[in-house]
Write a protein of this length. Structure first.
Length: 153
């Protein structure tokens, strides 16, 4: 049976102990090529992981990747990227709004007689910006709540 070894952890532990791959292979009683394959992220047999665990004097589970933890980390990263993208979109919208308000003020002042010529577009753009801000606030609050619930588990 093949297992997903935590390649980064195995390599880090080996380097922290100042062991070469050859030394680790000798301590574990496995081939150097096997150590190289495991450190590059290829699947490892149960016997190879047991031998490495004995060499590091740890439990075999300490050398494997927990699929659930890995999936949760990927979901958190994906959600963080989506939230950051939404935040960026809001700030772009806000900058456009500020520029638009300057243009609208210029148009209203240049018309002369009708001071509120751009009032209707200003109101609707403000409503749109407020809606965007509300959506962003809801996403931010939901993300914080999920982090708190996730931290409590």
């Amino acid at each position: 049976m093949q297992f997903d070894a935590d390649a980064a952890k195995i390599k880090r532990w080996r380097e922290e102990r100042h062991w070469s791959q050859e030394h680790l292979a000798e301590l574990a009683g496995i081939g150097v090529r096997t150590v190289q394959r495991i450190e590059t992220g290829e699947k490892a047999s149960g016997d190879s992981l047991k031998a490495l665990a004995a060499a590091f004097n740890v439990d075999v589970m300490a050398l494997t990747v927990d699929a659930k933890t890995e999936a949760e980390a990927m979901i958190r990263e994906k959600n963080a990227k989506a939230t950051a993208a939404m935040r960026l979109g809001f700030f772009i919208h806000l900058a456009s709004y500020l520029f638009g308000m300057i243009v609208f003020a210029g148009i209203s002042l240049s018309i002369g007689g009708e001071r509120y010529a751009m009032l209707t577009p200003t109101i609707w753009w403000t409503v749109g910006l407020a809606g965007h801000a509300l959506a962003l606030a809801m996403v931010e609050l939901t993300a914080r709540y999920q982090q708190q619930v996730g931290a409590a588990d």
